[in-house]
Structure formats: structure tokens, C-alpha cells
Design a protein around this ligand. Structure first.
Ligand code: GLY
Length: 580
């Protein structure tokens, strides 16, 4: 149906164009005047999960920086003000668009496994996966990639120095910022583990009491570590005093890191995943993210239907059936491309494969996951963060950053203020045994020295003939379905603020149920889905924290959306001097 509408639209243009040639007086009344596409945005726009981070990005732009400088400023500031989600001790994915060359680049600053890693380290005395080792403390941490990512982007793409880009984060770490409710509630969930380490307690319970809303949270040791990075570049973190302190802290608490693990860390530059959906050119995350492959598979399946022309229950049903199939495939085949050479990406992302999958979807009936071959349940995680930037030169950045679950491993490396991630839990640490989130282990994502764990983080661009959209969100395996719903929302013509506020539903093959946010679907729609055979998992909590920005090139306007589920997020804009 959609195809026939598009065909009709094209036919009308041809007809009108023909008419215009033979009878030019008629044409202007039929064809609305189309303003030309703007070559440059009228300013810069940033959406992030914290107002201080958005402001940090706008500040470096005001100082003469570009979107890439702003990305370093926003990422480093988020690490200071949103330590529960990301930070210098974690790993980041950056999707960059360089206006000068027109090229897109994926900067993979994901954590790596240390050289001394072995799957046996994560087993208990009975040979079972020990979730405490996988999630809490030194063994749970991968070698951080974030600082290398920031230094690389500032050096190769920024206009300012790394020192200028990190200045806002350093000042906020040193002088402090007001503690907000989410920081406190998530700390209280994680504090039993975090209290194991005196260095963590010294940061998060200064004066012997947990931080409370409105307290000023100062992190002087983190400020000094950020300063070492600013002064020394990546070596300021990965070599010398900071590196020695981190390795000593990890090894004193049960880990097995060496100085060479840190000095040997490198960002990886990768070709983004690209594919078409309707009029959109989608640019998104390649492996070691599973996001791009899954999104291509999802949207290839959905592209044959006009989702605007069906009732809500049918729309949800078709989207869920696509989710079910894409999630079955995602954890089964994917891993770090530097280790797993035989990923069937071309097949998973081909239209022919999607066409074959679509044939198995009935228009009015749920497909039980158990009837599909292969069993690969996927995990649900809650933390991580995302920001989106467009600048006045037409550069854009989508970045998703993480320490994995809330407050990462909970271990602050003594003397550095660096809260280490627990990204090792993103590996399939024991073959065939689900981890804390239900991930079943497969070879493609088994743990190996130097390897990056499989991720769901999906920073994404959507480019149409007259719009540029930058979007992404945290949320573990739910990232992919949130980005999918975001893409569909933009395709439906919604604004960024409408898209980030869209109610969310999620299906990930197993468990075989549709998760719903509170009030996501009306009762009659739920009743129709139940009649089709669905089990509904009505959650009492929302998920995600989407940040999206848009440049409408026809109107030459910028807009943004920050997830209303997150009260400290902010869209900020900066008008630039555009005098040619
Ligand atoms: N640690 C969350 C992810 O990378 O998907």
C-alpha cells in the first residue's frame, strides 16, 4: 500500500512536470514551492542525558570547536555527572559524520578483555558461572576504551585541543555538581556491592554517609586523572602514574591486569553499517555491536508493510514478529569482528533473508518463539547513556557510552577516581549457560584475551532527501528495539521530542512475551494481541533515555528531543555566526 502511494506520488510529479512544460501557467498552482536544501545548519544542537553535559558541548562549540570537540566535552562530562551510566573507566561507540569529506566513521572505543583472562576465572567452586565475579569488582572490568576514544577524536577530528575539550569535565569533577534523584536511587540499589571497597566508599560516601539529593558531589581524584589525560593525551591515562595506580588497584582486589594491557589499548576504526529504509539512508553501528545487523534485519522485514495503514494491534504484532526473528539471530552469530571472521552479516542483512522470514509471519497470529529454530535468549540491561550532536558546519555525532550495568563493577581504582566498568559480563562467559541477564553463551562471543564483548549500543544517523536525524539510547538489549521504534517514529514524520517520548514495547525472542511500558498500549489493543496468542509482560517501570536531534534542510531548522523519562536531560542549541 505504501509502495503504491509512493508510486502515485512519483507519477503525479511526472504528470505535473509534463504539464508544466506544455502549460507553465498551471504548474505553480499544483506544485507547492519547494525551498532549496540548506548547505549548512543554522547553528548547533546537542541532546544529552544531563544538562551540564549538553552545556559543556555548547561551550566548546562557542570557543571555536566543532561537533567532534563537543562530543569529547559531552562524553567526558557525562562520565563525571552520570557515573552510574558511563565514564572514563568504561567504553564508548562514536558514529561520526565529517562534513568536509562527506564520510561516516565508526570509532570503536569498546573495552577489551585483559591478556590474562580465561573463562575459568568466572566459575565458582562447582564449575558454575559466578555472576558476582562477572558483574562486581576487578574481574568484571574490561580495559577501558573511553579515554582512548576521546583522545583520538580530539586529535584527528577536533579543532580544539584535548585539554580544551576536557576542561568542562575537569572543572565539574573538581568543583562538584548537585546530586540528583536517579544517582541516589541507583546507588542505593548498588551500594551493597560498592561498599566492599574503601576507595569506592571514599568517593560515594564522603564523610561516611551516602550522597543525598542536592549534595554537591566533588571528585578531586577523577579531576586529576582527567587532567593527566588532558596534559598527556592517551598516554596520560594508559601509561605512567594513572596506569600504575589502576593496575595496582585491580590486582589488589582480585584482578589480573598488566601495564601492557593498558598501554596496548587501541581504538578501532570501522565502517559503519548502512542500509536503506523507505526514503532513509540509515547509518549505524557495526559489530562488535549487534545493533546495526539487527536493525537492518528488522527494517528489511518491516519494509514490505505499510505500518501507517494498519490498526495499532496489527502494527505492534508485525513489529514484534520482526523483533522476535532479529533477536533470535543477534546473539547467535555476532561477536568482535577482529576475532570472529565468519559472521554471516551479508545474509542476515539481505532483503532475500528478510523476505524469507516475513513469509513465516501470519497477519493475525503470534509465532511462538519455541517454534523457531535456534535458542538465543538476549539480555536486558538498564544503564549506559547516549548523546546526539549536529554542528553549524554539518558535522554530526551519535555516541553511546557505557560502564555496562549501573555504576559498572562498583570498583573505584584507588587514587584515580576511575570507576571501572563491568563489561566482561557482556561476553558469553560460560558456553551454553545463561548469564545474569539470560544470555546464552556462544562461540562468537566467548571471552578471549584482547577481545571486545558483543554490545547492543546503536548510535544511528537517518538521512533523507531533506532531513538529517541523529539518535540513540541506553537500555541494554532494549536499545535495538527503542532505536527501531525511533526510526519508525521519524519515518512517520514525528518531531524529535515526539519520537523520544513514544511509548515503548519490546520483544527479544526469549522470554516469549511483549514487554510494555506503563500505559504503552490501550486495553483494547492489548486484548487483540492476547487474542492473537501473545503473552503480555506489563512492566511498572519505563526504560531507555533517548536523545535525538534533527536538521530539516528544507526549512533549515534544528530541533531536538530529550527523553521525558529522564528529568536531568537537556537539548541545547547554539546559533552560530553564519556570515559567509
Ligand atoms: N553494556 C551494554 C552494551 O554494550 O550493550
Amino acid at each position: 500500500m505504501r509502495k503504491s502511494l509512493l508510486t502515485a506520488a512519483v507519477a503525479m510529479c511526472v504528470l505535473v512536470a509534463g504539464t508544466a512544460v506544455s502549460a507553465p501557467t498551471v504548474a505553480p498552482a499544483v506544485v507547492p514551492a519547494r525551498s532549496p536544501l540548506a548547505a549548512h545548519p543554522p547553528g548547533a544542537v546537542i541532546a544529552s542525558a544531563h544538562a551540564l553535559a549538553t552545556d559543556a558541548g555548547l561551550r566548546v562549540i562557542a570557543e571555536g570547536g566543532n561537533a567532534f570537540d563537543a562530543a569529547v566535552a559531552v562524553a567526558s562530562t557525562l562520565g563525571v555527572v552520570e557515573p552510574e551510566s558511563s565514564g572514563i573507566g568504561g567504553g564508548d561507540f562514536f558514529l561520526l559524520h565529517d562534513a568536509r569529506t562527506g564520510k561516516d566513521l565508526f570509532v570503536d572505543a569498546r573495552e577489551t578483555a585483559p591478556a590474562a583472562v580465561s573463562a575459568a576465572q568466572y566459575l565458582d567452586a562447582n564449575g558454575h558461572l559466578d555472576h558476582d565475579k562477572a558483574l562486581d569488582g576487578a574481574l568484571a572490568a574490561g580495559i577501558p576504551g573511553a579515554p582512548a576514544g576521546w583522545a583520538w577524536i580530539a586529535e584527528h577530528y577536533g579543532k580544539l585541543s584535548l585539554r580544551q575539550d576536557l576542561a568542562p569535565a575537569i572543572a565539574i569533577a573538581r568543583d562538584g555538581f548537585p546530586v540528583y534523584a536517579r544517582m541516589v536511587s541507583e546507588y542505593s540499589e548498588r551500594s551493597t556491592v560498592m561498599r566492599r571497597w574503601p576507595a569506592t566508599l571514599a568517593v560515594y560516601e564522603p564523610g561516611g554517609k551516602p550522597l543525598a539529593v542536592g549534595d554537591t558531589f566533588k571528585q578531586p581524584e577523577l579531576a586529576a586523572t582527567l587532567q593527566a589525560l588532558a596534559d598527556g593525551g592517551a598516554d596520560g591515562f594508559y601509561r605512567g602514574e594513572v596506569a600504575s595506580k589502576i593496575v595496582a588497584a585491580v590486582n589488589a582486589t582480585g584482578g589480573h591486569w598488566t601495564l601492557a594491557d593498558l598501554s596496548g589499548y587501541r581504538v578501532k576504526l570501522r565502517e559503519p553499517m548502512t542500509f536503506a529504509y523507505h526514503q532513509w539512508h540509515i547509518v549505524t553501528a557495526p559489530p562488535p555491536s549487534s545493533g546495526g545487523v539487527a536493525l537492518a534485519e528488522l527494517l528489511n522485514i518491516l519494509s514490505a508493510w505499510d505500518l501507517r495503514a494498519v490498526d495499532t494491534a496489527t502494527r505492534v504484532h508485525l513489529i514484534v514478529e520482526a523483533m522476535r526473528r532479529a533477536y533470535r539471530d543477534r546473539t547467535f552469530y555476532l561477536g568482535d569482528p577482529d576475532f570472529v571472521r565468519d559472521m554471516p552479516i551479508a545474509r542476515l542483512t539481505s532483503q532475500a533473508y528478510a523476505d524469507q522470514l516475513r513469509k513465516g509471519i501470519a497477519m493475525d497470529k503470534a509465532t511462538p518463539s519455541s517454534s523457531l529454530p535456534g535458542v538465543a535468549p538476549a539480555k536486558v540491561g538498564a544503564h549506559t547513556t547516549h548523546f546526539s550532536i549536529i554542528d553549524a558546519q554539518g558535522n554530526y555525532v551519535a555516541a553511546t557510552l557505557t560502564v555496562n550495568t549501573t555504576y559498572g563493577s562498583g570498583l573505584v581504582a584507588a587514587g584515580t577516581g576511575v570507576l571501572l566498568n563491568n563489561e566482561m559480563d557482556d561476553f558469553a562467559l560460560q558456553a551454553g549457560v545463561p548469564n545474569a541477564y539470560g544470555v546464552t553463551g556462544y562461540d562468537a562471543n566467548k571471552v578471549e584475551p584482547g577481545k571486545r564483548p558483543l554490545s547492543s549500543m546503536s548510535p544511528t544517523f537517518m538521512i533523507s532527501p531533506d532531513k538529517v536525524v541523529v539518535l540513540g539510547t541506553p537500555g541494554g538489549s532494549r536499545i535495538i528495539t527503542m532505536v527501531l521504534l525511533g526510526i519508525l517514529g521519524f519515518d512517520d514524520g514525528l518531531t524529535p521530542q515526539q519520537v523520544v517520548a513514544l511509548p515503548r514495547f519490546h520483544h527479544q525472542y526469549l522470554p516469549d512475551s511483549i514487554s510494555l511500558e506503563p500505559h504503552a498500549l490501550a486495553a483494547d489493543v492489548i486484548a487483540k494481541l492476547v487474542a492473537m496468542g501473545y503473552r503480555i509482560d506489563q512492566r511498572n517501570k519505563t526504560w531507555g533515555n533517548m536523545q535525538a536531534v534533527e536538521w530539516n534542510r528544507r526549512r533549515n531548522t534544528l530541533s531536538g528531543g530529550t527523553d521525558p523519562r529522564n528529568p536531568v536531560g537537556k537539548v541545547g542549541m547554539q546559533r552560530m555566526n553564519l556570515t559567509p
